[in-house]
Write a protein that binds this ligand. Sequence first.
Ligand code: ADP
Ligand code: ADP
Ligand code: MG
Length: 588
Amino acid sequence: MHIAVIIHDRCQYKKCNYECKNYCPMVRMGTDTVVIDEKGRPRIIEELCEGCGICAHKCPFEAIKIIGLPRELEEDLVHQYGENGFRLYRLPFVQKGKVVGLLGPNGVGKTTSLNILSGNVIPNLGNYNKEPNWDDVIEYFSGSVMADYFSKLRDGEMRTVLKPQYVDKIPRVFKGRVKELLKNVDEQGKIDEIAAMLGIENSLERFVDQLSGGELQRVAIAATLLKDGDVYFFDEPSSYLDIYQRLNVARIIKNLSKEKNVFVVEHDLAIMDFISDVVHILYGSEGAYGVVSQIRATRNAINSYLEGYLREENIRFRDWKIEFTEHPPKRPLELPTLIQWPYIEKSYGDFKLEVYPGEIKIGEVIGVVGPNATGKTTFVKILAGVVKPTKGEIDSEIKVSYKPQYVKSDYDGTVEELLYSVLKDRMSVSFFKAEVLHPLKIKHIYNKDVQSLSGGEMQRLAIAICLGLEADLYLLDEPSAYLDSNQRMIAAKVIRRVMENTGKSALVVDHDVYFIDIISDSVMVFGGEPGKRGTGKGPYPMREGMNLFLKNVGITFRRDGETRRPRINKPGSYNDRDQKERGEYYYG
Ligand code: ADP
Ligand code: ADP
Ligand code: MG
């Protein structure tokens, strides 16, 4: 069986010569395999398509995917968005009393799955020309727990609550104070209790459009918890949260699962590992199809994911392994200094940041870790020259390229136009094309309007532009936000490789421990009292820095026996107590 998919936001039928139709061997022999509809859009008639894939190769916008799939999937088609649209095969299963995690790259149907399970979308079982109805769905799943699940959903006997992925959109639809927003959804009279659990008591009187990303995320989670439902869905609950807040949210969600059904989509693998009891890996081809694989114990699922291979299904979905080293990297031989700073202070109203003297070496990648609101971004801005310190001065003439934490653009045009306008001659440098644009898959979004990009696409573009600019020091503030776990590992490799090849330095702020682990030669550690006082120290060698950081937040990691990846210890467990005693928080 093969499927023919046209990715609509890539198809630029007004700008091409209908290569898909004109090169199709079937069309040349007189069969109407590719037809042009009345609006000028191509349609591929799947029943007539032989699956040669010539159209996919000839399409100048890489908008077509012709994919061979095993025959047994055919019966498992749960939903299809139109004739040449995305297809979802199989569905995640509910598990009473367990947190069910969904793990997979962007564009393979995680949100679609959540929309179906939450009752927002009735799956059409592939009959996209017919109005779907729950009775067919229940019949299709008869004999499984899902038939009962969908019956209850149809009969209104079950209520579902969803925390959406993009919390940044909340201020656009709600104008007012946090308290008012939460009051609207407070069905259980628990605002104060939930706000305290999430540490947003002091944000209740603030206006929603003045919140930081981390505060918005916790407000969105609070709003979800306040609603009284039977099934809860959390689509990426960790974006913008620091590791301490991520773990806190993970514990709250775990607790909720004792009484309710819970599904979570998460890309921070350390958190996914900690939060879920079982995991469905989704694999497939972005925008073309997705398959929900069988349920696995979390540890197995994440190990398989890193390996890129699903043993039970015999499916390889990545041709390289994501690997971790058990021991900290060796310090490079003495490298020359790029920039040094003395003791620095910066005050903003009630907040005071102190940064102790430190230096960045040429060719070094420094990870920056620490809780939210302790001054990481402020320090990056001081290095970037955007903010002047209150005390101390950095005496340096180096050139920096800076990717801010919140990437926005008011550019009116396509990605390609933007790239050529800011990077000009860099665009033809083969190293830049091969080591940055290609792995970040920027070509796929070339023809999209910058304003229409998704969060992850915008992030990839911002990383590419930052790395494309000529500089001595690259500053990247939270580059992993909205990237899927695979893209995070790719972005980490891209940043490393650019520094290794050009001998330039980078300072990267991030909360994803796997990302920091892969990217860093050394770490800078921020601490203090969020919103009141922050201290920045280092850079330190990895072992020393990770110990200091994790000691501040009270978290220890052990190593997985098979893959050596770091795993968060259960607080109070034997490993946790033992490692704290020995002072080995990370390379335990
Ligand atoms: P994920 O959550 O894994 O990133 P989604 O479920 O959001 O994936 O989307 C999978 C694919 O389905 C998308 O790449 C898109 O091409 C397609 N898709 C999503 N929603 C729609 C829709 N309403 N109409 C048509 N296609 C859609
Ligand atoms: P981090 O990056 O560690 O989350 P930031 O450097 O963004 O921390 O912020 C540290 C503190 O400084 C926060 O309490 C923040 O509200 C405050 N702050 C940051 N920028 C400004 C500013 N321009 N005006 C007033 N306060 C600010
Ligand atoms: Mg910040």
